[in-house]
Design a protein around this ligand. Structure first.
Ligand code: PLZ
Length: 446
């Protein structure tokens, strides 16, 4: 990997049990002060982070295999981002771009228009969160097409606001007791190669598009919204041809094709955007997470005629494209370009996939190894079947946490063990994390 210097020692070092006494005390305060609705995966309270590690309040140093859910792609507190944020925050913190604008917002939009797939004329608009970007993509598609229906996928995830909850597939924990949801949202089959019983990408697309024609009517559809690699649904990489066939169908019927690249974008999968893998040029693309190294920023980027179909004043919000978040994004994007971040992601894939395939030979509970770049997962099943084993995912997760590796699970069935390391993670730490996972399997088997 390219040599990256780190301010924090890049090591796994446990000096207390996990969580330690200071984290436990903070967790007790959390229980007393924070809504029970806000869950915590691993209650170690972080005081510093960078490279590939998180340091907690007890002085433990844990390997970060989650990047705060695919956010700190350029490394937590990346020094270039820190410098840009410090400089901006000293100049001004906020004006509201809709009241008195500033250059940083325009520069982020220019960068998005340049970096997203396709060389057609584009425009962008900035928001605060991924869910907000998805909502705005729907607003834009409806304004452009003058149609109402929105098509989403089985296993899809798009956020926790009312519209995006309705667009999200999984009930618990995202939707339970929070309805009613917005109307005109329709769900069709996604391509899930491990579970599609041999059906190929184009065949799955045929099933999905036939459903759209029969049950909704293609002429009523404003937008088809797909994650090129599904994130919360289980790191599902569609079978070749599915994603492109869905884009072709949209184009043939005047439907706006939206790629939700909030988790897969910004070099995470070994390309700048995962849509590029199949050469698909989405009409609109939603981004967030990796765009600004953790500062809240999200965007919709797309065809000028679609983005400009909205009346002036129809898009916005008090904080969208905050100047500090924009400064962070410009520094993060610059870092990605200078360090060939897609190549860093591909290097992580080349280390992880062979090692996980080896483990799959040894541990029959690993039913599938998949993913691209630094977005990699294993699907856990009851050996000899494809029956999901969520309990094993939870057991392995606990083992990794207790041994100083921050790991995450995902998936509609909760049985996917996923890896989203920062691209700055030193190679030996990555290998050490995989070693801990191997021990977790051994410990679960004994
Ligand atoms: N679209 C594809 O992955 C966020 C959600 C974690 P926000 N994924 C992590 C959780 O439990 O809330 C996500 C995504 C895709 C949209 C979103 C929503 O982005 O920034 O969380 O609103």
């Amino acid at each position: 990997m390219t040599t990256i210097t780190h301010a924090i020692a890049q090591e796994r070092r446990l000096v207390t049990e996990i969580p330690g006494p200071r984290s436990q005390a903070l967790q007790a305060r959390k229980t007393a002060a924070v809504s029970n609705g806000v869950g915590v995966t691993l209650p170690i309270y972080v005081v510093r982070a960078g490279g590939g590690v998180l340091i907690d309040a007890d002085g433990n140093s844990l390997i970060d295999m989650g990047s705060g859910i695919a956010v700190t792609t350029v490394g937590n507190a990346n020094p270039d981002v820190v410098a840009a944020v410090q400089s901006q925050v000293a100049d001004f913190t906020h004006t509201c771009f809709m009241v008195t604008p500033y250059a940083g917002y325009v520069e982020v939009c220019e960068a998005l228009n340049r970096l997203t797939p396709g060389d057609h004329e584009k425009r962008s608009a900035l928001f605060n969160s991924g869910a907000e970007a998805v909502e705005n993509a729907v607003k834009i598609a409806r304004a452009f097409t003058k149609r109402a229906a929105v098509v989403v996928m089985e296993h899809g995830y798009h956020g926790r606001t009312n519209l995006t909850m309705g667009m999200t597939a999984k009930n618990m924990p995202y939707k339970q007791s929070f309805g009613p949801f917005a109307p005109e949202i329709y769900r069709v089959p996604a391509s899930y190669p491990y579970r599609d019983r041999g059906l190929k990408g184009p065949e799955m697309a045929e099933i999905a598009t036939t459903r759209i024609e029969r049950e909704i009517g293609a002429d009523n559809v404003a937008a088809i919204i797909i994650e090129p690699i599904q994130g919360e649904g289980g790191f599902i990489v569609p079978d070749p041809g599915y994603f492109a066939a869905m884009a072709d169908f949209a184009r043939a019927h005047g439907i706006v094709f939206v790629a939700d690249e909030i988790q897969s974008g910004f070099c995470r999968t070994g390309d700048w955007f995962a849509s590029e893998y199949e050469g698909v040029v989405p009409d609109l693309i939603t981004t967030a997470k990796g765009i600004a190294d953790g500062m809240p920023l999200a965007a919709v980027t797309g065809r000028a005629e679609m983005m400009d179909a909205v009346h002036a004043g129809g898009l916005g919000g008090t904080y969208g494209g905050n100047p500090v978040a924009c400064a962070a994004a410009l520094a993060a994007i610059d870092w990605m370009e200078r360090n060939d971040a897609p190549a860093l992601a591909r290097e992580i894939e080349s280390i992880m996939i062979p090692r996980l395939r080896e483990m799959a030979l040894q541990f029959p509970a690993i039913g599938d190894v998949r993913g691209r770049g630094a977005m990699i997962a294993i699907e856990l099943v009851k050996p000899g079947t494809i029956e999901p084993d969520a309990a094993l995912a939870a057991t392995l997760n606990r083992y990794c946490h207790q041994h100083g590796v921050v790991t995450l699970t995902t998936g509609t069935h909760g049985n996917i063990f996923r890896f989203l390391p920062p691209l700055t993670i030193p190679r030996p730490l990555l290998e050490e994390a995989l070693g801990v996972l191997e021990q977790a399997f051994e410990s679960a088997a004994s």
